[in-house]
Design a protein around this ligand. Sequence first.
Ligand SMILES: Nc1nc2c(ncn2[C@@H]2O[C@H](COP(=O)(O)OP(=O)(O)OP(=O)(O)O)[C@@H](O)[C@H]2O)c(=O)[nH]1
Ligand SMILES: [Mg+2]
Length: 459
Amino acid sequence: MSSVTSRLSEDQQRKLLSLFDHVRLHLLYKASVHGYTAADFHARCDKQGPTVTVAYNTSDFVFGAYASKDFTRSGGDVLDDKAFLYSITAQRNKPLKVAGISGRCGFKDGADAAPDFGGLQFLSDDKPEVKSQPNTGFKFEEREMHGGDLKLTELEVYRVESLGDLLAKPWRNIKWTAERREELMKSILNYKPDMSSVQQARVLLVGPVGTGKSSFFNSINSIFRGSMMVQAIAGTMGKSVTTQFRSYSIKSGKGGGVIPVVLCDTMGLEGEADGGLDIEDLVNIYKGHVKDRYQFSTSAPLSPDAPAYQKHSTLSDKIHCAVYFIDTSSISLLSQKMLDKFAAIRKKTNQLGIPQIVLMTKVDEACKLVAEDLKNVYRSVYIHKKAQELSELLGVPLSCVLPVKNYSDEVDLDPDIDVLLLSAVQHMLNFADSFFENQDQEDSGQDLYRCNKNFQPVS
Ligand SMILES: Nc1nc2c(ncn2[C@@H]2O[C@H](COP(=O)(O)OP(=O)(O)OP(=O)(O)O)[C@@H](O)[C@H]2O)c(=O)[nH]1
Ligand SMILES: [Mg+2]
C-alpha cells in the first residue's frame, strides 16, 4: 500500500469498485502530492496497465475515466473499446457509466499533455482544471458528469489490478455438506469446558461499529433455534447500534436447553480515544466484573462502586475467548487510530492470557465470487489477500483469521452459511479450552508457589 493516501471515501470507493469485476485499486498518482502537471502525471502513470483516473471538484462530483491500455506519451490516438467515463455523486446509488462512441473511443495519448479521454481532458494547460467536450469520443451530459464545475480540487490515478479468478486449491479445507453441519452442531452442543467449575465458554465479540457483532449472535442463535431470529438489534447508524453489554445464552430449538456457549455482545469501537467501547470497560468485562445489560457510557468507564459492577467474579464470569470483528471491505481503510486501539486491546488481552480470533465479516459484500457462491470463500484470491493483510495489520497469525458471512437479508437458513459460522464457533471453543488449560497450569503454579512460601529457609 502506498504511503500517499486515497481521497476516496468508503462510499465512493465502493461505488467506484462496483464499475469493475473483482479488482483492487492501487494509488499511483495524487496531484496535490505529486504535482498538477502533465509531466507529473506521466512520470507516475505511464506503462502501468489498466488505470482509472479519478477527479474531484468542489461540487462533490467524483468523475473520470477508465483506460485498459497503457499511457506512453506516444502523441497518437489509442483505440480502447474497454475505456469508459463515469461519475459518482452521493445522490446516485450507482455510478453513471458512459461507454465510448464505437470506433472513436479511447484516448489521445498526448506527448506533452495529460491524456484526453475523448471529451474530458484533465490538467489542461498544466492547471487543476478539466476541459470538457461532450460527444467527442463519449456521449455525456455535462450536468450529469461534473455538474459543469471544471475546477479540480484533486486528481488521482489508480492502477486497476485484476484479482484473477479462483485459487486452484482452497487455502483452508471446509466440508460443505449437511453431515458436516450436523457434526459441528453436535460437537458444539456436547462441548464441555476443560474445567469442572465452568459450564459454558464465554466468548466476547469486539470490533468497530457496524462490523457484524450483533448479527453474529443473531446468526448463531438462528442456527440453533432452527429459524431466523433477531434478538439483538443490528443495523447501521454511524454510531454503535449496540449500547448495552449483553451476555446472550442460546437455546437449542424452541424451549430447548441452553448450549454451552455464551456470546457477549459489546458496543462498537471507534477510532477516537473518547468514543465507542472504552478499554477499561473491556478489561472489566474480561475479568467478569460487568453485569448483563450494563449501559455503556462514553463519558466514563464503569466505576467499581456502580450497581452494574460485579465485585466478586469467578472463572465462569470471565471471558475465555475474545473475537475481533472486521468488515472485509474496509480492511485497507482502517485508520491508524483504530489500529492503535487494536494494538492496545491486544496488549491487554495477551496480558490476561485470553486467546483471540479475528472474524472477517461481510465476505459476500467484499467479493462477487463469494456472493455468487459462499463455497468460494477459501478460493477467492481477494479474500485470501485480505486475510493476509489483516493478519499483518493486527499482528495475529493467519490461522486465527476466519472469513464469515452473517445472516443479513436472508429469510431462510442456508447450510453453507451455517457451516462457515459453526466452524468459527468450533474454533472459539478450541481456543477457550486453551484458556482453561492455561488456568490449570497457573493454578498448579500457584500451588507450587504456596508450597514454597510454606517452606521456611533455615536462618
Ligand atoms: N452482507 C452482509 N451484511 C452483514 C453481515 N454482517 C452484518 N451485516 C449487516 O451489517 C450491518 C451492521 O451489523 P451489526 O450486527 O449491527 O453490527 P455491529 O458490529 O453489532 O454494530 P454496532 O452494534 O453498531 O457496533 C447490519 O445491517 C447487518 O445486516 C455480513 O456478513 N454480510
Ligand atoms: Mg451491535
